[in-house]
Design a protein around this ligand. Structure first.
Ligand SMILES: Nc1ncnc2c1ncn2[C@@H]1O[C@H](COP(=O)(O)OP(=O)(O)O)[C@@H](O)[C@H]1O
Ligand SMILES: [Mg+2]
Length: 361
């Protein structure tokens, strides 16, 4: 084992997974240092849970390698399982048992012994603010209590690496903050956290490093600050009520980037008062109604996400739209064929070159 691997809690190279002909993970590389929080960020269906299920030995991969806590995932799955804890998107809590019984069951599964098991269960109930609810059936718990119990159950075995798969999806803001606090405490104790989330804010709050998963590939990775630095300066984001408004604004405001799903237009701007006034004047002159406006002077993770996923969407848009496809792919091919057909000293070649230059301005 190399020294790098000794300091890495999780190392993954070329991880691949398909379901049928659907490629979910298309060669993923990542490295998570011990005692840090890594966030795999991606929209619904991006493949986050699939990655967690593979790395926690629940399902096999189609290719690639991974080392977890220094153990080869393929060769030593038992050792990997002993080192990790997993709190899934879908809870492991047994609804028919009380909170305390769920924890005792986990203590038994971890062979903690009676005295040690009781001590650990009491400690976790206290830490996760579940002492009062300990004797109540888990089916009566709120969403936040359930997630806390679920995580407490994961911690019974004292894992050094914890996979948290969307731990706060669907939680109210207060429960979400409680969960964040718990994660920070675990990291302070030296635990490594592999966190999946759809929330940029959550990754920004908790993660030392983030990787953005989109269509099976990691489209960006780095510290939250690195990701933000990679994004060009300030902008104004305009939101419209319908596609017609978005179309009109995109025509009126050159150099802007559109998001058809969100009905927003991102316009480069320093965000100053005069720039904003000029922008609004232009929209008013063109009789375009704006539903919402936000000014971004320092990029946030929303901008990062927008930028890295936008490149792909714009490419897809080009390929879907026949006329843009002819312009971007067909035209150069036609020109090339024309040139190849002429001898270098043919006067028609010079004329054509002039015409093309004129077209390109
Ligand atoms: N067992 C499975 N069989 C077939 N398709 C699956 C299976 N598990 C996941 N998928 C598909 O793989 C894609 C990624 O799913 P998932 O990893 O759950 O995404 P995420 O957790 O990011 O929302 C989805 O399109 C999903 O429908
Ligand atoms: Mg998921």
């Amino acid at each position: 084992m190399t020294s790098t691997r000794a300091r890495s809690a999780i190392t993954v190279t070329g991880l691949r997974k398909s379901f049928g002909d659907k490629v979910v993970l298309d060669g993923i590389d990542l490295d998570v240092a011990e005692g840090t929080t890594f966030s795999l960020l991606g929209p619904n269906g991006a493949g986050k849970t699939t990655a967690v299920r593979i790395l926690s030995t629940l399902i096999g991969s189609d290719g690639g390698r991974a080392w977890i806590a220094g153990h080869d995932l393929a060769k030593e799955p038992e050792a990997v399982r002993r080192a990790i804890g997993v709190t899934g998107q879908f809870s492991a809590v047994d609804d028919l048992l009380t909170g305390e019984e769920n924890l005792v069951l986990m203590a038994d599964l971890n062979h903690l012994g009676r005295a040690e098991g009781r001590r650990r269960v009491a400690e976790l109930l206290d830490r996760f603010d579940l002492v009062e609810a300990a004797g109540k059936q888990a089916s009566t718990y709120s969403g936040g209590m359930r997630r806390r119990l679920d995580l407490a159950m994961t911690l019974v075995g004292g894992p050094r690496i914890i996979f948290l798969d969307e731990p706060t999806t669907g939680l109210d803001p207060r429960s979400r903050h409680t969960m964040w606090q718990i994660v920070r405490e675990l990291v302070a104790e030296g635990v490594t956290i592999f966190l999946t989330t759809q929330y940029l804010e959550e990754a920004d709050e908790l993660a030392d490093r983030i990787a953005v998963l989109d269509h099976g590939k990691l489209v960006a990775s780095g510290t939250p600050d690195e990701l933000k630095r990679g994004i060009p300066g300030g902008h104004v984001r305009l939101r419209f009520g319908d596609t017609a408004g978005l179309d009109a604004a995109a025509r009126a405001l050159g150099g802007s980037t559109r998001d058809d799903d969100a009905l927003t237009l991102q316009v480069p701007s320093d965000g100053g008062v005069s720039a904003l006034r000029a922008l609004l004047d232009r929209l008013e002159q063109a009789a375009i109604e704006v539903d919402g406006l936000s000014v971004h002077t320092t990029p946030d993770l929303d901008d990062v996400f927008f930028a890295v996923t936008m490149v792909r969407r714009n490419t897809k848009h080009t390929l879907r739209n026949p006329s843009t496809m002819i312009m971007t792919i067909g035209l150069p091919v036609i020109l090339l064929l024309l040139f190849v057909g002429f001898r270098p000293d043919d006067p028609r070649a010079a004329n054509l070159t002039k015409a093309v230059r004129a077209c390109l301005g």
